[in-house]
Write a protein that binds this ligand. Structure first.
Ligand SMILES: *Cc1c(COP(=O)(O)O)cnc(C)c1O
Length: 355
């Protein structure tokens, strides 16, 4: 791509990232590119971060034709900047786009755009332990079209936000609750796509769970309301002896997390049996009752690992591992964050150095 660069008149003061709330501060520049039916992808550019000017009739506002991604840029102890499996985010965004009838952005263009913007914004990647620069690519249809003929003009843009350490005080357990009323996704729906609509319909249950003292909801399948799917914005795993179980993604109703995929690879290398399958919530309850499930954790880019210390199933609270982080969750967290921040050797080719 021939990326045009428009210089900002002045640069912002960089905040103390330990005091910044997630998503409240954005960097100096954003990447932008248009797509039109007739002209395809065009005018890639890095421009000062600014408000968008869109028609109130733009498709995205009415019919939610939108998909996004979330990834991070890390600073190594030597001061180098690196990212994690950017190609996987590119593939996933293309698949999400396809589901929502949006144009597929080629994976190579996605990677090039992310790398170019992070390279320009390298000074925004914080250096305190556990901190990073969060990168949010978005693709949306913006042509004014209440009749919904489909995307004729799309915008692909990327913005960056410095984030503090998720666990300033060390890995912390979360309490989650099985959602009994709402559903998030069904087979044939959009569960596997990273789209805003999945979050919109999940919001009510998440708010209620928080109001009732839980950190997040555990979603069950949308038809039988019996099989475990995922937690809010994270996938979920259960450790039972030498086996780790996680819901299969073949149903199309679970988001195929890159953290999930990476952990499965690490676990297999370490000799664990990984079962990707349908997980019956009543069997989980029984296993918890019998003390057979030793650890549960959520996994995703934001927290990497979020140990579950309490799980509420059909109104009954089960405490897991005395509400303490289990040894396997900790080990996975240390390995994955070590690779991401450059203190553990990357033997998988997962790291994308930023020049
Ligand atoms: C992004 C996301 C995940 C985690 O995916 P990662 O690639 O590991 O960050 C899990 N569930 C949902 C609903 C998500 O949006």
């Amino acid at each position: 791509m021939n990326i045009r660069f428009e210089k900002a008149a002045a640069l912002k003061l960089k905040p103390d990232v330990s005091k910044v709330k997630f998503g409240s501060v954005y960097s100096d520049y954003m990447f932008m590119m248009d797509w039109t039916v007739d002209g395809g992808w065009q005018d890639p550019r890095i421009v000062p971060f600014e408000d968008l000017s869109l028609s109130p009739a733009a498709l995205v506002f009415h019919y939610a034709l939108e998909v996004f991604e979330g990834l991070k840029a890390y600073r190594t102890p030597e001061g180098k900047i690196q990212m994690f499996r950017v190609d996987e985010n590119g593939k996933r965004m293309a698949n999400s786009a396809e589901r929502m009838s949006l144009p597929r952005l080629p994976e190579e263009m996605f990677v090039e755009a992310v790398e170019a913007l992070v390279s320009v914004e390298r000074d925004w990647v914080p250096d305190q332990p556990g901190t990073s620069l969060y990168v949010r690519p978005v693709l949306m249809a913006v042509n004014p079209d209440l009749a919904l003929h489909g995307p004729a003009h799309c915008l692909f843009f990327i913005i960056c936000s410095p984030v503090g350490s998720y666990y300033a005080g060390g890995l912390q357990c979360n309490a989650i609750r099985v959602e009994e009323q709402d559903v998030r996704a069904v087979r044939g729906g959009t569960g596997f796509a990273k789209c805003g609509g999945n979050y919109a319909c999940a919001q009510r249950a998440a708010n209620q769970a928080v109001a009732d003292g839980y950190g997040d909801v555990l979603w069950l399948d949308g038809v039988e309301r019996r099989f475990v799917e995922e937690v809010g914005g994270m996938n979920i795993m259960f450790k039972k002896g030498n086996t780790v179980m996680t819901p299969q993604i073949a149903t199309g109703s679970v988001l195929p997390g890159i953290t999930r995929k990476s952990i499965i690879e690490l676990l297999k290398e370490q000799g664990y049996t990984v079962e990707e399958k349908k997980i019956d919530i009543d069997e989980v309850a029984k296993d918890l009752e019998d003390g057979k499930i030793e650890e549960i954790w959520g996994c995703g880019t934001a927290a990497v690992i979020s140990p579950v210390g309490k799980l509420c199933i059909h109104g009954k609270d089960y405490v897991i591992n005395n509400f303490e982080t289990g040894p396997l969750a900790r080990k996975l967290y240390d390995t994955l964050t070590g690779i991401q921040w450059g203190t553990v050797e990357d033997t998988h080719g997962w790291i994308f150095p930023i020049q």
